[in-house]
Write a protein that binds this ligand. Sequence first.
Ligand code: SF4
Ligand code: SF4
Length: 385
Amino acid sequence: METKTPFIEIIDEIKKAGGDTYRMCFQCGTCDAVCPWNNVRNFSIRRLIREAAFGLTEIESDDVWLCTTCGKCHEHCPRAVDQIKLGISLRRLASSYDIFAASASAVKAARGSLVAEGNPLDEDRAKRAEWTEGLSVNPYTEDTEILFFGCCYLSYDPRMRSVAAATAKILNKAGISYGILGTSESCCGESIRKTGAEDVYKGLAKENIKTFVDNGVKKIVVSSPHCYESFKNEYSEFMVNFEVVHMSQLLLDLIKEGRIEITREYAKTVTYHDPCYLGRHNEIFDEPREILGRIPGLELNEMAASRKNSLCCGGGGGRVWMETEKGERFSDLRLEQARDTGAAVLVTACPYCISMFEDSRVTLELESDIEIKDITEVLQEVIEV
Ligand code: SF4
Ligand code: SF4
């Protein structure tokens, strides 16, 4: 069934949802030329923008849910159109009618879990700090210098718990004053906001901000670029301003200060994948590379699509929870690009990227060809922890 929603009403709704950025578009099509979807199927953000301008959006369409918010179109748009904002406004509209394309139905479960338990993974809030067992990680107190906010994936996902453990061991070795807020932490809300669930996002953000303020938090270190984006760029809408640092930035500082000493070789060829929300959205390109460059024996081979041109893993914008057909997964393409460099290890710095790449590694049967590592896991292997 195809619904053409009423023109004026839908235009008003899109404006109300902050999506009237379509006014700037002059339909040049540059966005479609750079959008990663057009490597795997037809998708036109330009057309979505055009339809929105006339109130002709088909809110049942799968297209409303495709954008991964990778930011590549915005990077190249000559009119600085905010395509992501427009896309979110369409999702808000679809959600307000409780309309989800089949591929996006998992978003509803993620929303429910976030409201009930503060994480999108259907896990108990009470178990949020279980990953610390046996690791000497202290609760955050007012005397602690840094809050380590590990994110939902590092807290619950079995693969990502090894990243959390590597991080704790490195921070302990460096003698950092850090702690966690455990069961008082909630998801940062970045991705659910991109699915159009503004109320769910606001609830999570307010809970976290209250927890941070009540506990006297000033400096937050995050492993996920999605938490980084939220805390640094989005929570400021609530008139708060925490110092936010990505783990790759902190680790590089610790190496430079001599608080982390690299004592072993890593005799492997690696390539580095720039996560969209660390690189394109927040321009943190150099720190992870500088860490890798300081490891003896490690050979870094860059992929052609790197830094601002990095290929999205496919997990942003809530897509990490949605179904993506075989043959349409960006992470499959990215693994092939990584292999083309001759790398034995694909290193990155984002839990979504790692989840997407690990899935592709299994479905493409590449388990014996390439490893996927977070940068903390590589570092853990070359220092005495
Ligand atoms: S690149 Fe910008 S101006 Fe050109 S079609 Fe896309 S949104 Fe419109
Ligand atoms: S943000 Fe990325 S996925 Fe979304 S329309 Fe733009 S280029 Fe395509």
